[in-house]
Ligand binder design. Sequence first.
Ligand code: SF4
Length: 282
Amino acid sequence: MCFGVRDAIALALEHADAGPLTILGDLVHNPTVLSVLEAKGIAVAQDVAHVKTPTLMVTAHGTSGRTLARTRALGLTVVEATCPLVHVAHRAVATLARAGYHVVIVGQRDHVEVRGLTGDLDRFDVLVEDDDVLALEEYPRLGVVAQTTQAAQKVLHLVDLIRRRFPQSDVRFVDTVCKPTKERQSAAVEMACQADVVIVVGGRSSNNTRELVQTCARYCARVHHVETDADVRPEWFAAAQIVGLTAGTSTPDEIIDCVEARIRQVDDQIGAMPRSVAEGLR
Ligand code: SF4
């Protein structure tokens, strides 16, 4: 689990002990962690207008200045768990916008982090695929920033496409993919290159987990995304010598350990002998 998510969970549990707390959106995109928070009595609201506790927590994904102002205007106490590396992306967006650049975010349009990054802008674009670059209008100055959990290689590819599509424009790119995401991605690539089967553990709606699945699938033909050990299927490991294991940055260690134990148990049951379980969790 990355430090941003770990610190946000610790802060939520600490504040829940002190009094009623509502979290704005999902603290992490992992159902197991969310059920722990729910058991602690922590409420979740998708909009500040629906908050019924005096204290509201902003998640590690961050939010816009406009939303923060609206929250304070309602008289709510705000606890900010925004990851410092998401703050870096917010500062990059603000600096580019102030300097007259049309801001382009490489990321998932509906993701809470991207909504926070764009929430103070009146005009912006969000793109995630090659076709989105073709739909982009020309501006004399384009400032590109990435959602922190995007695959670094994909971001560089899209920036290159933007530069080639608008050779007359001043295209400025600020690399805001966070270090834990980059390290996890490169460890996963190294592992996927050696593995016959790769298991990626993480929430179905976790962006960095889905990016890991796509990245591993470029280097290994048999990649499976699981949320818990209950999703692991024995038939996936037929004739596998090396099983690779990696996880999104919001996946608790205990869940990864259970998945690893399940893989080893399946191995015993089917009598196959994977040479090893290679971890891609740097
Ligand atoms: S994935 Fe990166 S930006 Fe997001 S919480 Fe973790 S460290 Fe922070």
